[in-house]
Design a protein around this ligand. Structure first.
Ligand code: FES
Ligand SMILES: [Fe+2]
Length: 406
């Protein structure tokens, strides 16, 4: 169990909170590029508890500004897009993508008043048809060169899951919880070709041992199967899970909501760079509960596949899980390790140091995240216990119906 204060420290994402400050040291995906259309070049986004407006000006520059105009607070979502930025619809204060106020049209001629106005603005960049934002102190680091996000020799697909209606840290704790795969996801495990000894145990006995170790970029979750096969799935601190071809990105919207995006990466066999490598197709998943906008117990999860099962487990823990009531057991070793890592990195940020996974050299070496395991699983006919479910899900994914597991 975790005292209330510690739970708050690990979960809250707003400005000035310990985890919020830590999360502000990283780039996070906040939207799909194509959501900013010519007909609709502004989009309201909530990120790390802050209400913001994303826009593309007529010069093609992307901006991310505080939603409420610095004048008297009207929303910039309805601002007029100009060559030089966005002009508030109310009285026309014109902001550029850096938040500098370029003009206050109703002020007297020759007024320099606009020079005194600085509107909240955050750097954004586009990568893989996603818009990424950095909301921490400048200078911003680079977007970390994880292999699945930066390797040239592969096809990619993006899947945008329905909004996750709970705190981000529940999804991250799940990333270091190897035990649930064999139980929660048992219907999809082994492609339905094997039956578990019982539905209570599921396929738990397939796994001889689970281990965890810290890496330079997070926590490695390792399963050693009874048949000798080993899989290793890295949690890339603080918001990413890597597994097989998937990179699961979790962006905290606020304390009780999270964006959940998969980037799938499939290396080409001959090492060539496919034309769409940097321009991957984007698919939006159907809702995982009905009605889709309600919380448990006023909605019912569909459980039609693995990710919906995960969403059920994470959301029904509560909008922010009450960890004062939990009973951690042997199988939760990875969860404990992740919490300790969070505390260590939060302390680093408080001391003014960069936390792990933050890189400032634009040419820093590619960071390997075990892509080979995914390749082996895709290309091999070997039947590792986890590979059955993996291949089954991959096939579904190609048909646009499912995703894979961590
Ligand atoms: S409220 Fe935006 S210009 Fe007045
Ligand atoms: Fe899962």
């Amino acid at each position: 169990m975790l005292p209330k204060e510690e739970n708050e420290m690990l979960t809250r994402v707003g400005p000035g909170t310990p985890a919020g400050e830590l999360l502000r040291r990283y780039w996070h995906p906040i939207a799909v590029s194509k959501e900013l259309m010519e007909e609709q070049p502004t989009k309201a986004v909530r990120v790390l508890g802050e209400d913001l407006v994303l826009f593309r000006d007529k010069s093609g520059r992307l901006g991310l500004l505080g939603d409420r105009c610095s004048h008297r607070g009207a929303s910039l979502l309805y601002g007029r897009i100009e060559e030089r930025g966005i002009a508030c619809a109310y009285h026309g204060w014109l902001y550029d993508v850096k938040g500098d106020c370029l003009e206050c049209p109703v002020e007297p001629a020759g007024s320099k008043f606009h020079l005194t106005v600085k509107h909240p603005a955050y750097p954004v960049q586009e990568h893989l048809n996603l818009v990424w934002a950095y909301m921490g102190p400048v200078p911003a680091p680079v977007l970390t060169h994880y292999d699945t996000l930066f390797r040239k020799d592969g096809h990619r697909k993006i899947i945008v899951h329905p909004q996750l209606d709970c705190n981000w840290f529940q999804a991250m704790e799940n990333s270091v919880d190897p035990a649930h795969l064999q139980i929660l996801h048992q219907e999809f495990y082994g492609r339905g070709e094997r039956q578990p000894v019982s539905t209570t145990r599921g396929f738990t006995d397939d796994v001889a041992q689970a281990e965890f170790y810290l890496t330079d970029h997070g926590v490695m979750k390792k399963r050693i199967y009874a048949n000798g096969i080993v899989d290793e799935h890295p949690l890339l601190f603080p918001t990413i899970l890597r597994q097989g071809p998937s990179t699961q990105l979790r962006t905290p919207i606020d304390d009780e909501h999270t964006m959940h995006i998969h980037v799938l990466f499939f290396p080409t066999e001959d090492g060539r760079e496919p034309a769409e490598s940097w321009d991957p197709p984007v698919k939006y998943s159907e809702p995982y509960k009905d009605p889709p906008n309600k919380l448990h117990p006023f909605t019912r999860y569909t459980l039609q596949h693995i990710i919906p099962q995960d969403h059920m487990a994470w959301e029904t823990q509560g909008p922010i899980a009450d960890r004062a009531r939990e009973r951690l057991a042997t199988s939760d070793k990875g969860v404990g390790m992740l919490r300790e890592l969070m505390k260590r990195e939060i302390a680093k940020v408080a001391r003014g140091e960069d936390p792990i996974g933050v890189h400032r050299d634009p040419n820093h070496p590619m960071i390997e995240t075990n892509v080979d395991e995914g390749v082996r699983q895709m290309r091999s006919d070997a039947r590792a216990p986890s590979e059955g479910s993996y291949r089954h899900d991959l096939a579904k994914l190609y048909q646009g119906r499912g995703e894979q597991e961590g």
